[in-house]
Design a protein around this ligand. Structure first.
Ligand SMILES: *Cc1c(COP(=O)(O)O)cnc(C)c1O
Length: 315
């Protein structure tokens, strides 16, 4: 395996300095997966690790996966594939735009092939005949599902816990943002008691995530987890990749108080959730909290304009 996946470095665990947190009487430490690897950002490193290892062991030369034009997953996969000498092909949702998104442009520059499919075809991305059709067109490939979310991802995400270096034992709650919930399932599977309660902040509208996480955990052989976890569904701000005026203002104010940069798709919604719950008195005074900054800052390039517009309206 490439040295990429044998790091000796540890992700930084940063105590957040924010007068507001002092007022609420809590301590919040942030696991900085966003700065763990500059190009292979955040949780995607952990989700891809054993997928690439498995692909190599099975003798595949090419990796195939799915995503939208701003996908952190495709961005990370393109980089990891190049580092580990795989060919990579992305099945991208929707028409090819005249000007590629910065995300896809990076992927292309790193050697990833881009295969655009209609939104209706994209919906078939888990169907066996669609997958074999894709492979007969694009060549045999190790297929990684959208977001990289499979059992191999769980195994990799369980290793996030080691980066907490035991800090989790003395904490009451651990927060992370959830898209598919695979990272949360991996984190839950990697914890041993005494463990904090794990709170996944859903960045999507809908109430399917708890079921999805339970299914992933069951696939990993965990039917009744000893770790208490739940999905928080109140803070999606309209749905995936949607941003509200409140969220844009929150991110700007948070970053200027703490110096920590957020993006609106994942980390922004997670920290927003924590601060809303603090303000509502839902988190006990004196709590020790952990949050995982899962990265994804590359995606900000596609949203800055929208964010700036939202900031022009007063909060
Ligand atoms: C992909 C991603 C997530 C979501 O991870 P899931 O395992 O799908 O829940 C969270 N944060 C960032 C920055 C991501 O890129």
């Amino acid at each position: 395996m490439s040295p990429l996946f044998n790091p000796t470095a540890r992700a930084e665990l940063q105590l957040l300095h924010d007068p507001l947190l002092r007022d609420y009487g809590v301590r919040l430490r942030v696991l900085r997966l966003d700065s763990f690897f500059p190009q292979l950002s955040g949780n995607k490193y952990f989700k891809l690790k054993y997928n690439l290892q498995q692909a190599r062991q099975l003798g595949y030369r090419q990796l195939l996966s799915f995503g939208g034009a701003y996908s952190n997953h495709l961005h990370a996969l393109a980089w990891a594939a190049r580092e580990c000498d795989f060919d990579a092909v992305a099945v991208v949702r929707g028409e090819r735009a005249a000007q590629l998104s910065p995300t896809l442009q990076d992927a292309l520059d790193w050697g990833m092939r881009l295969h655009f499919v209609s939104r209706s075809d994209y919906r078939r991305r888990a169907e066996a005949d669609f997958l074999s059709d894709l492979q007969s067109r694009l060549g045999p490939a190790f297929v990684i599902p959208e977001g990289g979310s499979n059992l191999l991802a769980l195994r990799g995400c369980a290793e996030i816990i080691a980066h907490l270096q035991g800090a989790e034992a003395g904490c009451q709650q651990l927060f992370l943002p959830c898209g598919t919930g695979a990272t949360l399932a991996g984190v839950v599977s990697g914890l041993s008691s005494p463990a904090p309660k794990v709170v996944g902040v859903s960045v999507l509208k809908g109430d399917f995530l708890s079921k999805d996480v339970s299914r992933l955990l069951a696939q990993a052989g965990i039917v009744r987890s000893a770790v208490d976890w739940r999905i928080e569904q109140r803070f999606h701000h309209g749905g995936y990749a949607r941003c509200s005026r409140e969220l844009a203002h929150f991110i700007r104010d948070f970053s200027s108080r703490t110096g920590l940069a957020l993006e609106p798709v994942y980390s922004g919604k997670m920290f927003y959730a924590i601060y809303q719950m603090l303000a509502a008195g839902e988190i006990a005074l004196g709590s020790e909290l952990l949050a995982i900054h899962t990265g994804g800052m590359q995606g900000l390039r596609g949203m800055q304009e929208k964010m700036d517009k939202l900031l022009l309206t007063s909060g």
